[in-house]
Design a protein around this ligand. Structure first.
Ligand code: FMN
Length: 366
């Protein structure tokens, strides 16, 4: 039996991850995200992750025009929960590592060691550029910055005083207390080769995507292969899955067709334009995925898993087992009703297909 962690990608941006006027218009409020996180905790999920996003894509759906800041949201959710992991995101270009090192130490206390940090080294030049905080670095330079960033943060978590004279950061006799009890799990979704190398060298695990089943398995195995080559047998891989459940396969497909009937082309075009403005677009693997989705006029990821709970469990188990994944992170159209479908019947189905989750054990007294 393969074991995986199960997490939810919180809808801290309005509309969630479906760019459409006919999908559930999720509100991006703290209250909604708290209800989602408490539900996930109740069902035995392992973590709730929020993204960092500063600007929306507009259009008739006003996609992501409202977004919660990640670390403050997770800090509140740490207090509101008692068991689930609370993972937040920072862009390394726009936060100083000493500022985040201290924020993390505080959330470590609030959460009792349940905080995890998702690092984003680049992403979308307009998103961070609107505040004058995007740095004019090529793709390699962004990861060089991220490398220096995490080195400084880790030193501040473990050393009394830090002197650092680097290319991007200068610290003089820098004291940072309190310290977290131990360094948090650090995850990154860098999808380029450079991103993978950075992640394997500096982080606990990697978030992965695929444009279809085979691509997912290939990418996941590549991450495992690279991490083994680099001597990191403890390195974890977390797949990100967009899932649209229905009572039957047909009903699930009808939901997708309905969401696609309201696809917000204007918001998708804005997203494409923003990611395309990156002078290092060729190396920015993730940006190319978003652009491809926009160009295909798809309201959601082309790799979405659509179907009855049984179909979803079978398809997920296939990718988990063949891609040797350590974790599943889910996106659904509605984060209450659909999350219950993932958390209960899909979790049961996964077990029948050979994939064990803490959620299953939690619900069955294990
Ligand atoms: C699970 C997951 C979470 C992500 N979270 C964020 C985020 O919070 N903010 C963001 O700007 N990009 C986010 N991304 C996108 C990538 O982290 C980002 O595009 C990164 O720069 C890709 O690196 P690359 O250039 O090595 O492909 C996320 C991607 C995944 C799969």
């Amino acid at each position: 039996m393969t074991s995986v962690e199960l997490g939810v990608f919180l809808p801290v941006g309005n509309g969630g991850w479906i760019t459409s006027t006919t999908s559930p218009q999720l509100p991006a409020t703290y209250e909604y995200n708290k209800a989602v996180t408490l539900l996930a905790e109740d069902m035995g999920f392992d973590f709730a992750l929020s993204m960092a996003k500063w600007r929306g894509y507009g259009g008739p759906s006003q996609h992501w025009d409202v977004t919660l800041e990640s670390l403050t949201a997770m800090s509140g959710l740490a207090e509101a929960t008692s068991r689930i992991g609370v993972w937040g995101t920072v862009h390394t270009m726009i936060f100083h590592p000493a500022v985040v090192a201290k924020m993390v130490a505080v959330i470590d206390q609030i959460s009792g060691g349940r905080f995890g940090l998702n690092l984003v080294a680049g992403s979308n030049p307009v998103d961070q550029g609107q505040m004058g905080l995007w740095r004019d670095l090529d793709h390699e330079g962004r990861y060089a910055l991220a490398e220096e960033w995490i080195t400084v943060a880790k030193r501040l978590w473990s050393e009394d005083r830090v002197d650092h004279d680097g290319r991007f950061f200068n610290l003089t006799d820098c004291m940072s207390n309190p310290k977290p009890k131990k360094a948090p799990p650090i995850i990154c979704a860098g999808a380029s080769d450079r991103g993978f190398r950075f992640t394997i060298q500096n982080c606990t695990g990697s978030f992965l995507l695929g444009s279809n089943r085979d691509d997912f398995v290939k990418t996941a195995l590549r991450a495992k292969e690279l991490s083994a080559e680099m001597g990191r047998d403890d390195f974890k891989t977390y797949g990100l899955f967009t899932i649209v459940p229905g009572e039957t396969d047909r009903q699930a497909q009808e939901r997708v067709d309905y969401f696609n009937s309201g696809v917000d082309v204007e918001a998708l075009d804005n997203q494409t334009r923003e990611y395309s403005s990156d002078p290092s677009l060729k190396q920015n693997t993730m940006a190319n995925r978003f652009i491809a989705q926009g160009e295909s006029r798809n309201s959601m990821s082309p790799a979405a898993i659509i179907g009855s709970p049984e179909t979803i469990a079978r398809k997920l188990a296939d990718i988990v087992i063949n891609g040797k994944l350590d974790g599943i992170t889910v996106i659904v159209p509605d984060f209450i009703d659909d999350l219950k479908t993932i958390g209960i019947p899909v979790v049961e189905g996964l077990r029948e297909f050979g994939v064990q989750t803490n959620a299953y054990q939690h619900q069955h007294g294990g």
